[in-house]
Design a protein around this ligand. Structure first.
Ligand SMILES: Cc1cc2nc3c(=O)[nH]c(=O)nc-3n(C[C@H](O)[C@H](O)[C@H](O)COP(=O)(O)O)c2cc1C
Length: 188
């Protein structure tokens, strides 16, 4: 498989069920992938730009792994992107360092998947929240290679060991779907 870089944007993995399970499954199943936990490295939000840009340079496929917060990525992941995707590096007349790399989104939502849709409670399809990543890929000459998403993994629905176990199983299945997407992306 190509070099895979997984950036975890969860702000506190210690309290996570879904993202934690997904990352643990990926670490086991894709030992060659580089997994970066932003909450461990940068609790102060002070991103080491040089180190993060070096990781990006080594990667063929970049996975953003995060819980949806206010229909967007968590602040820490936004910060990472604001700092590392700099003019002259990722974009601009002399910035082509991400050219040809592939971006994959892997995210979880508290609301169930049935709530995301024009007719659902959210009033928007889940895909309606992705154009900023597609536009970023376009600007940086990257390929948007798709997304994997799991809904219904809310904190409010963790009131018994059985319900927590269900969320872990859904998260393991999420990791499996992500691995399949990465394999497909790698070999084309
Ligand atoms: C600050 C905050 C904002 C959130 N915003 C959303 C949201 O916009 N849509 C949604 O479906 N879930 C939202 N959630 C729920 C999270 O997406 C959900 O708890 C997370 O995916 C579970 O993953 P974890 O177990 O790894 O923490 C939010 C949660 C928090 C704490």
């Amino acid at each position: 498989m190509n070099n895979v870089l997984i950036i975890s944007g969860h702000t506190d993995l210690a309290t996570s069920v879904a993202n934690k399970t997904i990352l643990e499954t990926l670490a086991r199943r894709l030992p060659e992938a580089e997994i970066v936990k932003l909450d461990e490295l940068y609790p102060d939000f002070k991103i080491n730009v040089e180190a993060e840009q070096q990781r990006l340079l080594r990667a063929d496929i970049i996975v953003l792994q995060y819980p949806l917060f206010w229909y967007s990525a968590p602040s820490l992941l936004e910060r990472w992107m604001e700092e590392t995707f700099r003019h002259g590096f990722s974009h601009g007349s002399t910035g082509d360092k991400l050219k040809g790399k592939k971006l994959v989104l892997s995210f979880t939502t508290g609301a169930p998947e049935t709530m995301y849709g024009r007719e659902g409670a959210m009033g928007y399809d889940i895909e309606d929240f992705l154009p900023c990543y597609k536009a970023t890929c376009r600007l940086c000459q990257m390929e948007f290679a798709g997304y994997v998403y799991t809904g219904g993994v809310s904190y409010g629905n963790r009131t018994s060991p059985e319900l927590i176990e269900q969320q872990k199983i859904a998260s393991e299945q999420h990791a499996q779907r992500l691995i399949e997407l990465l394999e497909k992306t790698s070999y084309r």
